[in-house]
Design a protein around this ligand. Sequence first.
Ligand SMILES: Cc1cc2nc3c(=O)[nH]c(=O)nc-3n(C[C@H](O)[C@H](O)[C@H](O)COP(=O)(O)O)c2cc1C
Ligand code: SF4
Length: 483
Amino acid sequence: MWKPPEKIKYQPEPGVWPSKAQAENSLWFSSVGIGRIQLATRTWIPAMVPWRSTEEGIVTDQVLAWYERFAQGQPGCIVIEATGIRDVPSGPLMRIGHDRFIPGLKELADTVHRASDGQTKLFIQLIDFLSIRRRPEAEKYFQRFLRITDSHRAALDAADWSEDKIREHLSTLDEAALEDILTDRELDDLRMGARERVTDVEFEHIHDLPKFLPGLFADAAERAQKAGIDGVELHYAHAYTMASFLSRKNTREDGYGGPRENRARLPLEVFAAVRERVGEDYPVGCRYLSDECIEDGNDVEDAAYFGAAFAKAGMDFLSLSRGGKFDDAKQPGVGEAAYPYTGRSGYECMPAYISDAFGPFGRNIEPTAIIRKAVREAGFDTPIVVAGGVHGFELAEKILQNGEADIVASARQSLADPDWFLKAKLGRGEEVRLCTFSNYCEGLDQKHKIVTCKLWDRIEMDQPDAQKSPDGKRRLVAPDWQK
Ligand SMILES: Cc1cc2nc3c(=O)[nH]c(=O)nc-3n(C[C@H](O)[C@H](O)[C@H](O)COP(=O)(O)O)c2cc1C
Ligand code: SF4
């Protein structure tokens, strides 16, 4: 895990909690329009993958329990975890790439609406991602994966060597020697595990992404609509396909890479296809990055440009995250896959309690405010959602009062205490169990293990209704602290 250079340890800083009357008069607990629907409050739980669906990507009782528990705290909106739009095996990641996924998602929508007494709207995050392999053993990489080229032969002065001999010889070389022989991409495949990029246009399935992704996203959005989910969030953030199209690192030369307007082209075409399919009344927005937080990546100026373009196209909301890229991920162990939330960009996405002088709270506010301003100056009042380290009413309310965002989201604090919005709204903020930003939950996510929270997954285990993980060691949802 990347560690900030200054390594200052922070405690939660929730600030002052409001009285019930103050909460009632606050902006955070006031309603807001998203396209043609209304959220009861400006509170929001952004997407969090809890690895609870079946291996086939179908909603389970554990998935229902996870969202039901969040819904009991009555946030204005919950966004269902990143859900795969293709009908291909993706481990226990939720999927929406076929009509057979609709019944499970419908049950999920009904569960959330019921558990929140109709106070919470449910959106779903639609994701496409490219393939990534685990880091190989060096010997295996040279024996099986590396394609031997003339440039290897030239670098080794081995024009008449057999391929087997070259492979064997490469296996004996140290890192320094390999750097003179392998390309940057080959070195990356060896050190990190092979990962597809949107720039790999020599492969038909990558070249043709712009041809088939709009249709796949539109099909998925239509299924969400049929399932009774209230809106869709197109996943244009972090390390995945659509974010890679937006990235400055996208050098495609087919009109979908290079200058900003070309990089925005596929995201806009996807949105247009989705809009056409679901109609004007159905909320459609996206989550994207205020800053990629990597060398030579997008910065806030790119993000401001994209924000205005997305708003102009008619998106109903823009949700801003930051970082979370593969480009600066920590080297995985042999046999493990790279995790995009490990390097500096990962830290910026999910800042932990050990931080730099700025600290882990509210790191995404300033760039989000710049993007919001650009969207407003372009003439659009599209609601802007901000997330990152918010765990108290005071900061959330300040963000809204200052016009830095229109909706304030909170992921980990909501996991730590799913009742926290309700407690704050009822003037019982002192009862909120505060997230310590330990990132224990993120560690579980990294290993694709069922996600829970350190604060509650081993307490009150003898409660008769405590649902437990298959090994019986962790509870799956927070205890009911309202009782
Ligand atoms: C366990 C876990 C899973 C996450 N999964 C997603 C995801 O599926 N999609 C997404 O856009 N962000 C995901 N995130 C990032 C959060 O939505 C959020 O942006 C981040 O945690 C920072 O907000 P916070 O400080 O309020 O936690 C995940 C975060 C955690 C902790
Ligand atoms: S495990 Fe719990 S306390 Fe730790 S960061 Fe995650 S939500 Fe917060």
